[in-house]
Design a protein around this ligand. Structure first.
Ligand SMILES: *Cc1c(COP(=O)(O)O)cnc(C)c1O
Length: 440
């Protein structure tokens, strides 16, 4: 048997993109973040308490392309970029579908997820502007791990507030962050005023991303300028950095003569979805293709499927600016599902606006059906997907099964946002038959 040309499409290190793509150039009608007190659009100066200038510039930019510094492109090599685009022949065969299924391998990063793509860029710009320490929150632990690793690369210290539910479920995540020299606290923690307040009112809480964000922002805001905050999702500059995924994918699709009918990714705050789809979606907005974009949520936190499109806070304490987005309410605390990275009440404003304008179709699945899909993927393709990525696998499989019904040979490309080798707790329960469905 000859190996088909599209079995795996690789790019060389020199082909790492030279520019990030900014959807804000093509998506019309984007509304600004508001100061919660004055209700006026947030000014760059106001963000300087927690972010460095270059990051703020990118956050506000409407330029279509923003150059990737060579030092960052070189760092991407350490993250195993460019990642492969691979075809899921065995899964297709198992499903007996006429559809073609491809997946982008963000699991190839030594960090196990796509999060390093923006962590690296943020650490680089902060280090260049003289910051000494980065702080952040982490849910599943993927983002904290990413920030811990790249901070080290650029000589920065790091402090991570880890949502208590994950902190207790995933002790090896903490070990990994400690290995990179990072300080890790279970959130809510005793390190911040907000953490102490939450602990006093809800001593048994399993925590939430919103609470952990508030703690990290408090640490940065009170540092007098040496500590800056880094966010792993939601904000525009994060979506921008992640487009390295989609730009590579488009190059690979060109080589493989692949024209996608669907691009599918899971959504927590929206960054792997945005990074994977935005370069292609920009072309859809400019009338160049008719691809459909499917954003896959957990039923436990269905912000686009069930939330409202309105101005809301990004955190629980109400310290962030007001953001126009799909939200379940900033005080919403989702069930403690294993896909910790999808436990967020809101959604990236760019993904939200694109959804509001009909460019994104949200779907939601319960925990059991996503692990079932993940196990099937592991048994056919070999890789164990992260619990978050299982959502994308499930939606891609359902589309492939629809094609079987309708006998259509459609092309489905999904983003495998990460691997699950540090999240085997959920798989253990699934194979033992004790996994809860954890819907709303
Ligand atoms: C964090 C994470 C997600 C969810 O975050 P997004 O910003 O929506 O991408 C999904 N998959 C993996 C593997 C993650 O680590």
């Amino acid at each position: 048997m000859t190996i088909p040309k599209d079995a795996r499409i690789c790019l060389s290190a020199e082909e790492i993109p030279k520019k990030w793509y900014n959807l804000a150039a093509d998506l019309k009608g984007i509304k600004p973040m508001l100061n919660p007190v004055t209700r006026e659009p947030v000014k760059e100066k106001e963000l300087e308490a927690i972010f460095c200038k270059e990051i703020i510039k990118q956050e506000m930019s409407k330029e279509r392309y923003i150059g990737i510094p060579d030092e960052v492109r070189e760092g991407y090599v350490a993250l195993n970029r460019p990642s492969y685009l691979q075809r899921a022949y065995r899964l297709e065969k198992y499903l007996r579908t006429p559809a073609k299924i491809y997946f982008k391998r963000e699991d190839m990063s030594p960090l196990g997820s796509h999060k390093g793509n923006t962590a690296l860029a943020q650490a680089y710009f902060n280090a260049k502007s003289g910051i000494t320490t980065l702080t952040t929150e982490t849910g599943a632990g993927q983002w904290g791990t990413a920030l811990a690793m790249v901070s080290n690369l650029y000589g920065l210290d790091s402090t991570v507030f880890m949502v208590r539910g994950s902190y207790e479920q995933k002790p090896f995540r903490k070990t990994l962050m400690n290995t990179y020299g990072c300080k890790v606290y279970s959130s809510p923690s005793m390190q911040t005023e907000y953490g102490r307040k939450v602990l006093k009112e809800h001593p048994e809480t399993s925590g939430s991303l919103g609470i952990a964000i508030s703690e990290a922002c408090e640490l940065a805001a009170q540092s007098g300028g040496t500590v800056k905050y880094a966010l792993g999702s939601v904000m525009n500059h994060v979506m921008l950095h992640q487009t390295v995924i989609g730009l590579e994918t488009m190059e690979q699709m060109k080589i493989g003569e692949i024209e996608p009918d669907y691009m599918v990714a899971c959504v927590g705050g929206g960054s792997n979805f945005a990074g994977f789809t935005f370069p292609m979606m920009g072309e859809t907005m400019r009338g160049k293709n008719e691809c459909q974009y499917i954003a896959v949520e957990p039923e436990a936190a269905p912000s686009m499927s069930k939330g409202e499109f309105k101005y809301d806070f990004g955190d629980s304490a109400g310290m962030t600016p007001l953001i126009l987005m799909y939200t379940l309410g900033s005080e919403f605390i989702p069930n403690a599902i294993h896909a910790g990275g999808l436990r967020y009440h809101g959604m990236s404003p760019l993904v939200s606006e694109a959804c509001h304008q009909g460019f994104v179709k949200p779907v939601a699945y319960d925990q059991t059906s996503t692990f079932e899909a993940g196990v099937l993927f592991a048994r056919t393709e070999g890789m164990v997907p992260a619990p978050e990525s299982c959502h994308a696998v499930k939606a891609a499989m359902d589309l492939a099964l629809e094609c079987k019904e309708s006998k259509e040979e459609k092309t489905i490309v999904f983003c495998l946002s990460g691997h699950g080798y540090l999240d085997l707790g959920g798989y253990e329960k699934f194979v033992n038959g004790t996994l809860e469905s954890s819907a709303l």
